[in-house]
Design a protein around this ligand. Structure first.
Ligand code: AMP
Length: 541
């Protein structure tokens, strides 16, 4: 039909075009991996991104090929993010907190051709280099003078970009892939989630509106959540889309460093998992310092404890947006924003609403079902499997891993168990799998159990996540010893230590005579969690 609007493709680099053209002077400040502060603007980031595009085009990579990044949140990572996507390639953020076997698996599975890295991760790459069979070149996000001694063959950032000129973005359709992030759940190997230009643009628009994050050009946004975690919560898109200033904290995520940068740069809005906020509270409580500019924070990745919301809002005057999401959802699923009918409810009732994971934006469809896929009522108490679909929800995993999580109508089974209230507030009550979430990162209980079972003194092992004042949850290893065997927890942990990342190691081992089982022989983890829920209560926050 004539008179139709233009077919204007939704491409992520148009977000940076907009920011550079209409908010070009807005600051992008970063603490780089070496600790130095870099002061740039959206115009600078745009120029550097197009130089990167030029270099990548010249390198001969074909559209859709993957480029890996082991990088902190910095101005250079932001340029790289757009430079790769603008070259028609796929920016694959690699989570350095995964353990080494997982990292080499995902780099090989994604078939990353070039690996960009901060200096922090050179020792890791030195260990893994021989296993990374698809990586042809390693480029360090540091000037040559600042690249430390390494056995790796690397190119420094300034050498790589020396003499480069800005290159036009490469033309791709809006459905072309541009980003990738792996999710590592309880079972099996990590699974790749692929984002398209269109899904990222729609997601960034969806999360910008007032009842979701409500970003504005008057904001100064500090994404503490790393860009390698769940699409960086999309802030590398939504901040330039709204022309907000950006403050990128690099590797220094401790309370004192976060506080200093926030205050120095007048940060108004920030995003992080609960563990990071505990660090900030601890710093402020020990120094008596206050927040002079921060007005809103989005907290997610694991449940935000009501005490955290209360402290932020009542003591520090900072509004809390409790959000739920997943790598598979780009990642935003819900935000606990109140509705007009809640204006008159008590402070306690408001806090209870913010303890839920909240309501969906326009871009997310959500339902809870029973095991037979029958939709359950929104009564605030009937819980079931939480399922979602939408333009920024994964339609499949890379290489079709985990196909059982997607049904024929496009619904993705989140693996979370939840109920929905008549007002549409979703509350997660459990996880259908028993993954442990420590400091916002997954720990697989099954992997730990399998390792413990290798020890000759162990007859049966179960690992559960136990609430922890600092890390949200920490693993507890519960063991039934072999008859007559020594009950030496330290020896068992020592036998597991070489095979896992340090932070995966259970904090404690408990010996029991019997582990409860279901009729079908599965360990009843809910019973174990009830029995041991207070084990880490007195641990240091
Ligand atoms: P990831 O993809 O690593 O971000 O992990 C996604 C999972 O983290 C979700 O399926 C939830 O189990 C959990 N999660 C994320 N946000 C929240 C939240 N606000 N409350 C409770 N669980 C959460």
């Amino acid at each position: 039909m004539q008179g139709a609007p233009q077919d204007w493709p939704l491409l992520v680099h148009t977000i940076l075009d907009h920011a550079a053209r209409w908010h070009g002077d807005r600051k992008v400040v970063a603490r780089r991996a070496d600790g130095r502060i870099a002061r740039t603007t959206y115009a600078d980031v745009h120029t550097e991104a197009q130089k990167i595009t030029g270099r990548l085009v010249a390198s001969g990579l074909a559209p859709g090929e993957r480029v890996g990044a082991l990088c902190w949140n910095t101005d250079r990572h932001l340029s790289l993010w757009y430079g790769v996507m603008g070259a028609g390639l796929v920016h694959h953020t690699v989570n350095p907190r995964l353990f080494e076997e997982q990292i080499s698996f995902i780099v090989n599975d994604a078939e990353d051709r070039i690996m960009f890295t901060d200096i922090t991760f050179l020792p890791l790459l030195e260990k893994l280099r021989d296993q990374l069979t698809t990586v042809r070149q390693i480029i360090v996000l540091a000037d040559r003078a600042d690249v430390p001694e390494t056995s790796l063959e690397v190119t420094a950032w300034d050498d790589w970009l020396d003499g480069a000129e800005p290159h036009p973005w490469v033309s791709v359709p809006e459905t072309a892939p541009c980003g990738m992030c792996y999710t590592s759940g309880t079972t099996g190997l990590p699974k790749g989630v692929v984002y398209s230009h269109r899904s990222n643009v729609l997601h960034a628009l969806g999360m910008s509106v007032p009842d979701v994050l409500g970003l504005s050009a008057r904001d100064v946004v500090m994404p503490i959540v790393p860009m390698f975690h769940a699409n960086g919560w999309s802030l590398a898109f939504s901040a330039p889309l709204n022309g907000t200033a950006l403050v990128l904290p690099g590797a220094a995520l401790d309370g004192a460093s976060v506080y200093e940068l926030m205050e120095d740069e007048g940060v108004t809005f920030s995003a992080a998992v609960p563990t990071v906020w505990l660090g900030l509270f601890k710093h402020m409580e020990s120094t008596g310092q206050r927040l002079s500019s921060l007005s809103r924070v989005v907290i997610g990745g694991s449940a935000c404890p009501p005490a955290m919301t209360k402290k932020f809002e009542e003591i520090y005057g900072v509004e809390v947006l409790h959000a739920w999401g997943m790598t598979e959802m780009s990642p935003l699923g819900t935000v606990a924003s109140l509705l007009p009918q809640h204006d008159s409810i008590s402070a306690e009732d408001k806090l209870a609403l913010k303890d839920t994971q909240g309501r969906v934006p326009y871009t997310v469809e959500m339902k809870v079902t029973d095991d037979e896929n029958r939709e359950l009522p929104h009564d605030g108490k009937t819980f079931g499997r939480l399922k979602v679909r939408g333009p920024a929800v994964a339609g499949a995993y890379f290489k079709n891993a985990g196909a059982e999580n997607f049904d024929e109508d496009g619904w993705f089974d989140t693996g979370d168990v939840a109920h929905i209230s008549p007002d549409g507030f979703m509350k997660i009550t459990d996880r259908s799998k028993d993954v442990i979430k420590s400091g916002g990162e997954w720990i697989s209980s099954i992997d730990l159990e399998n390792l413990a079972m290798l020890h000759p003194d162990v007859a049966e092992a179960a690992v559960i996540g136990v609430p922890h004042p600092k890390w949200d949850e920490r693993p507890l290893l519960v063991i039934v010893p072999q008859p007559g065997a020594a009950q030496d927890g330290a020896a068992i942990l020592d036998s597991m230590r070489p095979h896992i990342a340090k932070w995966w190691l259970p904090d404690e081992v408990t010996f029991v005579s019997e582990i409860p089982h279901t009729a079908t022989g599965k360990i009843q983890k809910t019973k174990l969690r009830d029995a041991f829920q207070d084990v880490y209560k007195g641990a240091a926050a």
